[in-house]
Each structure stands twice: as C-alpha cells, then as structure tokens.
Design a protein around this ligand. Structure first.
Ligand code: ATP
Ligand code: MG
Length: 454
C-alpha cells in the first residue's frame, strides 16, 4: 500500500517518465479545429486516415493556447519520413542525419517529423562538456515528449478529436504562466546550452516566468554557451532579436547574467556606454515592426547593434592619421570580424550590414551631384532609416534626415533649392552646428517623427 503510494508520488515528480498523457478536452484548451492552419489539419487527417498517429506539436499548440497566432506548424507522427513522403505529392525529405519531411499545401509548408527518442548524455555521443551531438534516433510518442525542452512545448494536438495529449502538465504550466523544464534543468542545459537562451526568449514571448529550478542554474552554466557552434548561436540570436520582444529578452538576459563575455554581440548591446540609447531605440523600433507584422531586415538590425563599435573604431583610426574612407572600411571589417568567432553572421547579412554603414558618411555630402547619386543607391531607404535612428538617438542633428526626406520626395525645384540652401556647407560630421533657422527646426522635427520607417 505504502509502496504503491510512493510509486505514484515518485512517478508524478520524475517528470521525464510520465507514462500516460493527460487527455485535455477542447473546453479546457480552447483549440477548435478551425483555429489551426488548413494545411496542418490536412496533413494530420491524411496521416491518420492512412493508419498513422499524427499531431500538431510544439510551439504552435503552445501559442494557440496562449492566444498567440503561431508563425508555423510542426506535425509529429509515427510514420517514417519515407512513408510521409509517399502520402503527399508536394513534399520532400530534407536533412541528412535526421530526416524530416516538408509538406507543401497551398502557400504553407508543414514540417513533419517522426517521433524521436531522447538521447541521454551518459550513453550518447557528446562533446567534452556534455553537449549532445546527435539527436537522430526514432522513438515512441512518449519518448518524443520527453526529449523536448519545456513542458509547454510537449503538447500534442489531435485536430480530429480536438484533444490535447499532455505528457508533462504543460497545459497547467501554461495557464499558471510558468516555463518549466522537462527533467533536471542542469542536465538538460548541459546537453544543449542553447536551451538557456530559449528559456529567456520563450519566457519573454509568452509572458511566462521561468521556474526557479530552471532559472537558477543559468548564471553558473552560462559559459557552456561558448561551446555551441557559431551558426547555431546566430540562428538563436536572430530568433531572439526578431521575436517582437527583443527589449524584454535582452533585459532578461542581463538579469540572468547571460550577457557577459559569452557573445561579443551581447556585451556590445548591453554594456556599451555610448550607443546605449541608439541600441534600445533600434530594438524598440524592431519590436514594434515585428508586432505589426511588418518585415524586418536582419542586416539592418545587426547594423544598428554594432554601429557604435564601428564609430569608436573608426574614430580611433582617424586619430592615428588614417584617411576617413579606408579607415571606415577597416573599422567595419574589424568589428564584424570580432563577432565572427562566436556568431556566424551569414555572408549575405554581413554584406547588407556593410552597405548600410558605408552609406552613412555620404549623407553628409549635400552639394553637387553627390546627393543624386546617393538617392540612386538600392539601399537608400534602409540607409535613411538608419540615419533617422542616429538622429533620434542624438548622434546627429534631426535636420539631416529631414533634409534628405525632403530631397528624396521633392521635385526638381525643391531639390535645387535644398542644394542651394546647403551650398557652402562641407562636412556635417558635427551637424548640430548646422541647424537651420529656429522656426523650421520644429517643423523638421515633427516631420521626422511622423515619417514611416518602412
Ligand atoms: P518558436 O517557433 O516560437 O521559435 P518553438 O518552441 O516552436 O518556438 P522551434 O525551434 O520551432 O521552437 O522548435 C519546435 C519544438 O521542438 C519546440 O516546441 C520543442 O518542443 C522542440 N525543441 C526545439 N528546440 C529544442 C531544444 N533545444 N531542446 C529540446 N527540444 C527542442
Ligand atoms: Mg516553431
């Protein structure tokens, strides 16, 4: 009798081995069939009709219960990738080590994965710090639930019965606004340190507080992030910065002690004295755009985050007597290079970043043909948005972006007038000197503030 009771208690607390999932009815979780994407619904029903298990899983279920529109849908099934491929004409198998299937349906792509087993660090290939290097063994649905990171991410929604299968009390955690790790947080962070960043990001995105057991070890285990491959860190940082909650995420990262010495980028963002206002403005701006469903360019974002580093490096080089133009390019390369070791910024994004930076000094030349040539640059608009942020943060005068706004949108006569207005003015590297008459400044300020940052 006592042994039975102990077993029951033990089973509830050892949350990696919950054998029977709770079946949560629609009245409790609120996800009716119509709320999920038609493609996800179709993929699940087709697989079930063919005799397989198939559920919407992971972030989409979590987001729907939390009242957030999911950005994409994942389906988990007991069918093998080849079996899935055989059922959908428009589908393809991707990945080499662990195959998943992309099923295209209308404009959507659904990622279909076969249930996977959890790999534990004792018996599987790890690096010398215990990071799991492989995650590629098929398993049961229960095992698939146990290998996921947080309880709220281990929910399986069946659109046919409108039931959620809940292996780790994720629905209750979500409703109680708690982000809880499945299993022992220290073990799970060691297996994959990126989970520390995921905890912060998901907590901020969903308004969940990280359960103390998962929160406390972060500070002491933060250095494990150093061993994560740079490309993976870049992906995760990008997700974090484009989550629509970047400001909160970064504040939280600072609170958890995750910012110091781990990623040069985080040191730059969170500890720079000079560009602090600029960086927070840029992040607020990004969050705002993401929440409005507007596109955000990663190049633009990283360009803002690192700009003051470039400015400092550039100034130091000029003080040593280097010419302005080559000094800027050398500064850009050095700043990007210092990130590259830890954070693999893709070549394409690095190209975008440099373009935005290198156009900045050209805004200061407001005479002759130069302004017309700058207008023709394909990245003029992005570079102007960047200039606007510089002005809003107080680095340059607000009259500079206002002048360019009028120049860009003005007709022939207005442009000629603007050029005359500025004739005689050379460099605007100290543009505060060159503000126009007091009356028009206010007007310019207003104009700048209401200009949409497309
Ligand atoms: P979002 O899509 O909002 O970024 P997500 O939780 O859906 O968040 P994905 O990267 O899409 O994140 O992962 C899908 C699912 O895969 C997660 O919900 C989780 O169950 C599982 N997962 C992702 N990353 C990990 C990880 N590092 N460790 C364990 N499980 C993970
Ligand atoms: Mg997802």
């Amino acid at each position: 009798m006592i042994r039975k009771l102990l077993r029951r208690v033990f089973r509830r607390t050892a949350s990696t081995t919950v054998p029977e999932p709770a079946l949560v009815p629609v009245a409790q979780h609120g996800i009716t069939r119509e709320r999920i994407s038609p493609a996800a619904n179709k993929v699940c029903t087709t697989l079930q009709d063919a005799g397989f298990k198939a559920y919407v899983v992971g972030g989409a279920v979590r987001d729907l219960i939390a009242g957030i529109v999911p950005k994409d849908y994942d389906v988990a099934t007991d069918a093998t990738p080849e079996e899935v491929r055989g059922l959908f004409r428009r589908s393809r198998i991707i990945g080499r080590r662990f195959k998943i299937v992309h099923v295209m349906s209308g404009p959507e792509t659904i990622e279909v994965s076969t249930f996977r087993a959890r790999q534990d660090a004792d018996s599987h290939e790890t690096d010398e710090h215990g990071r799991i290097l492989r995650d590629n063994v098929f398993g049961s649905q229960e095992e698939d639930a146990g290998r996921r990171d947080f309880t709220v991410n281990a929910l399986y929604y069946d659109p046919v019965s409108e039931t959620v299968l809940d292996y780790h009390h994720g629905v209750a955690d979500l409703q109680q606004k708690t982000l809880r790790m499945i299993g022992d947080p220290r073990v799970r962070y060691r297996e994959d340190p990126v989970r520390m960043l995921r905890a912060v990001r998901l907590g901020a995105k969903l308004g969940l507080s990280i359960d103390p057991a998962a929160r406390h070890p972060i500070r002491e285990m933060a250095s494990l992030l150093e061993n994560v491959p740079p490309a993976r860190l870049f992906d995760e940082m990008l997700k974090l910065l484009l989550s629509g909650h970047a400001v909160n995420c970064l504040k939280q990262l600072r609170e958890e002690g995750l910012h110091h010495g781990l990623l040069p980028l985080l040191d730059v963002i969170l500890e720079q004295p000079l560009g602090e206002r600029f960086v927070w403005l840029a992040l607020e701006n990004t969050d705002h755009r993401v929440r409005q469903g507007k596109p955000v360019s990663p190049g633009f974002l990283f360009a803002t985050l690192l700009w003051h580093e470039v400015l400092a490096n550039w100034a130091a080089r000029r003080a040593e007597g280097e010419h302005a133009h080559p000094a800027l390019f050398a500064a850009m390369d050095e700043v990007l290079g210092s990130q590259a070791e830890k954070l693999a910024i893709t070549r394409r994004i690095a190209g975008d970043i440099k373009e935005i930076w290198s156009l900045q000094p050209r805004f200061e030349r407001r005479v002759g043909k130069a302004p017309f040539r700058l207008l023709e640059q394909p990245r003029f608009r992005a570079a102007w948005d960047f200039l606007l942020l510089r002005a809003q943060s107080g680095e340059v005068g607000l009259d500079l972006p206002a002048w360019w706004d009028r120049f860009a949108h003005g007709g022939h006569d207005e442009r000629e007038n603007l050029l005359k207005e500025d004739a005689g003015g050379g460099s605007a590297s100290t543009p505060r000197r060159r503000r126009r008459k007091s009356g028009s400044r206010e007007e310019n300020g207003r104009e700048v503030e209401t200009a949409p940052a497309e």
